[in-house]
Write a protein that binds this ligand. Structure first.
Ligand SMILES: [Zn+2]
Ligand SMILES: [Zn+2]
Length: 493
């Protein structure tokens, strides 16, 4: 099962009528927003003793998948708690990677959504099904279905490539999108464009806008079909509907190899490893900086501030952070130029360091040429910022862990979640880049000096938040510089 919204009830009844005893199943949860999990308390097979269910999903902010699911069945909301379900239920926190459910190869990928969300690619019997809901274009110019697919939209297109069936978010239209930017949903035009270019065979549009009725939806599908026909595209598009059954023919002769060496096990426990990571924050705006600082701290990650491009480059060369968050507020602050400078220094064509630009609006054309990975558009909440930070550092951590030694790879493929050794987590260094300054004999204390300065910085940020009502632009700038100074030169403080 992919997610368990209100449809879970009818499916549960169906399975029960076919004989519920000894039923075994797997539920892949994209994220724990209510519309994706509210069917769980009404999914009858979970209440039958002897049944076995595995529930998978990304770990959200601070709580495991099980804790979040149990939360919606707290006694205040529901008479039966999750612990009282009769079936034997196992929970699996996932990250980006691959794993197997019997003969199905499952690949996961983080989607662009205000909550940490996974898309699922399932391969079995020569057939591929991809489920990508809820997801927003990384680049807003693609919302109209026009423009070049680049960066992480291109990665998303690769994730859906060749799917026999793609079930994709298409809540809005390109025309509606500007008012809904940042809500974490796709447009019909984006879903169609990516499917078309990724040679998807059938596209099921879903996550329909609740304010659109069936007739309006039919009209949208008809116009999408007409456009595809005009362009002689073989893509088949339809709107997913309740109770819709679809047979995907077994592709004879087509075989998938399952998980192979080099794939990253999606059930690896990486959370404990985050404490070894660092994030560079180059934000002059006081409130935004404080929000991001708190978001990074909440994930247990070390944050370092920088005040100018040179400082950013120096910190990156020395500490190999997992993420850089830079402000872009033209004409006074040119974060894109800083990003460009980082890319030039890094000599890393794959841009393995994610650079997220904080701005009031996307400047896609300049962003692409500067090597920007992602945008964080103001205003945003602390939880939204934390989700972005979490998705990027988890992705960097998992990519770094792919460079494990062959012996450890073997261990991993023995299907055992791997305890993480902090020293193995450093992102792979670009050739020719300088090594971090060694702290002799203190490998596990990566920032012995900075650890003190980070506390100072935290205190300063907290203090600044108190006095924020009295701030002026020059005060904010001064404080930003002061904090950057404090974090970079602890000896002088
Ligand atoms: Zn959602
Ligand atoms: Zn949703």
């Amino acid at each position: 099962m992919l997610d368990c919204g209100t449809g879970g009830h009818a499916l549960g009844e169906d399975l029960m009528s076919a004989g519920a005893e000894g039923l075994r199943g797997h539920i892949l949860i994209s994220h724990t927003h209510w519309d994706h999990i509210q069917g769980i308390p009404f999914f009858a097979p979970l209440f039958v003793p002897g049944n076995e269910w595995d529930i998978y999903g990304p770990k959200g902010l601070g709580q495991s998948l099980r804790e979040v699911l149990a939360g919606q069945m707290d006694y205040a909301y529901f008479p039966v708690t999750l612990d009282q379900c009769g079936a034997n239920i196992r929970y699996h926190d996932l990250v980006e990677g691959t794993f197997e459910i019997e003969d199905i190869k499952v690949s996961t990928r983080y989607l662009n959504h205000p909550a940490l969300t996974l898309g699922y690619r399932l391969e079995a019997d020569g057939v591929t099904v991809v489920y990508a809901c809820d997801h927003e274009p990384h680049s807003n110019i693609l919302a109209d279905g026009e423009g070049e697919i680049t960066g992480h939209d291109l990665q998303h297109a690769r994730f859906i490539t060749g799917a026999d069936l793609l079930i994709h978010d298409a809540q809005y239209t390109g025309e509606e999108y500007p008012a809904k930017a940042g809500w974490g949903h796709s447009t019909l035009e984006y879903a169609v464009k990516l499917s078309n270019e990724a040679q998807v065979k059938r596209l099921a549009l879903t996550h329909h806008d609740p304010s659109r009725d069936d007739d309006a939806l039919d009209r949208l599908v008809a116009s999408a079909k007409a456009k595809l026909m005009k362009n002689a595209s073989p893509l088949e598009v339809f709107a997913a509907r309740e109770g819709h059954a679809l047979d995907l023919a077994h592709a004879h002769g087509k075989h998938f190899p399952g998980c192979v060496q080099g794939d990253f096990e999606a059930q690896t426990l990486v959370d404990g490893a985050l404490t070894d990571l660092s994030v560079i924050i180059g934000i002059a705006d006081l409130k935004t900086g404080a929000t991001l600082f708190e978001a990074v701290q909440a994930e247990g990650i070390h944050a370092q501030f920088c005040s100018d491009p040179d400082a950013a480059r120096k910190l990156i060369a020395e500490n190999r952070p997992s993420l850089a968050i830079l402000e872009h507020d033209p004409p006074s602050i040119d974060g894109l130029e800083t990003c460009r400078a980082i890319r030039q220094q890094d000599n890393d064509p794959e841009h393995s360091l994610p650079v997220v630009i904080v701005a009031s609006e996307q400047d896609q054309a300049r962003g692409i040429s500067a090597g920007v990975t992602d945008w964080l558009i103001k205003p945003f909440t602390g939880a939204y910022a934390r989700t972005k930070v979490r998705a990027w550092v988890l992705r960097t951590a998992c990519q770094a862990m792919r460079t494990l030694t062959p012996e450890r790879q073997e261990l991993r493929f023995a299907q055992r979640p791997l305890p993480v050794e902090p020293s193995r987590l450093r992102p792979k260094r670009a050739q020719g880049a300088r090594r971090p300054t060694p702290h002799t004999g203190a490998e596990n204390r990566r920032f012995p000096n900075d650890a003190i300065s980070t506390e100072k910085a935290a205190l300063l940020w907290m203090y600044c938040r108190e006095v924020a009502p009295f701030e002026t632009p020059s005060f904010r700038k001064k404080i930003g510089q002061l904090i950057a100074h404090a974090t970079n030169t602890p000896a002088e403080m």
